[in-house]
Design a protein around this ligand. Sequence first.
Ligand SMILES: [Zn+2]
Length: 393
Amino acid sequence: MPFSKKREKNGQCPKCIEYEWADPQRGYGKENLCVFHQPKNNKYAFAKGEKKKLDLNGFNGLVFERLKAGIEGGHICRFSGTIFPGDITFQDKERQRGNEFPSVSFYACVFHGDTSFQWITFLGITDFRKTTFEKRTDFSISTAKDSVSFEEAIFNDLAEFSKITSRDNGYELHGLTAESLQNVNFTHHDTSKLSFTGGKWPEKLWMERNCDKKYRDRKSKGKGSLFFLKEYPEYEKCEEVYRSLKIKATRDHDQCLISRWNFREKQMYRKRYWWRRYIPLTPTWIYWAFSGFGERPGRAFAALLFLFLSLSLLLGLLEMSNGVEQGVAATADFGLQAYFRLLRLAFEQVLPVKTELAGSRSWGGVMVTLIAKVLIPIQVALLMFALRNRFRR
Ligand SMILES: [Zn+2]
């Protein structure tokens, strides 16, 4: 019988062996699991031959003990596969040295409570790959001397990464789902320290969603008498974050991301003021609504169609009422003629071919024709701009 098999039979936890712990722990119970790998609500150990259920403090105490041994021994500290049942704060307020972690592996761990790594310095390679954070987790003010990998980690609640210190791309948030990435929060100072390769981006980042929520709450409470002029400065911070992500994407020549972050950055500028957000007369609103800040060709095309149809309808109606005034029987023919006329006008504007344009019979018709002559080429230009932005990328 191989030695390891024999040792396992002697009560070693199979999960410790699976995750290659250097010191497999003693397992208990039917499944023979050690205290670290036991499920969330069933943490117990044996003391003096008696089965003793562990409370959260008791369990966290064992974790700190193991960590301390790792720190003092200077070897890799393995917690892979551990189930952390509740809240845990790793910062040791009394002993500065306790806040410097050696190489630690939290590979495939599950943190069921709020978890804080605030103020921690990760000295060696740190492994959070495939780790699940069920509640809030805090890495703010932490330092990575080497790389800290969060490849395929799952963040089910806010993951705070602001004020981190490391070399460029020291914190690797690779292969994250959109659901996880939308919970990651950081400021524009931290962007360069985070690497996001292979992940799926959500529509909005946590910071923006938080601002939207605050905005809604404030709006419903009706705070501030001069609501019309009120600024929402939190959006400026979001704008900075998106801008920093755009700069990062520019450095990486990732055209698709440049487009995404450019759109969001402009959106933040629009959301900052109530009037810029909703009043259709501001340049920002028009630029957004008619071309998605030059990033949405589909929207630009729809806007072109809308302009064309609405203006030609207006022209058709004007011609029709004019026809009535002149005693001509008002038939749908006038409207139909106007449509064709505007169609020709639009083509005349876009193509270099000159077609003869039948003159309008009314002042209103002339005005609408003039407006169309200005607006339609502008919208075509916007559409071309958006198309170029999309296909260059
Ligand atoms: Zn174990």
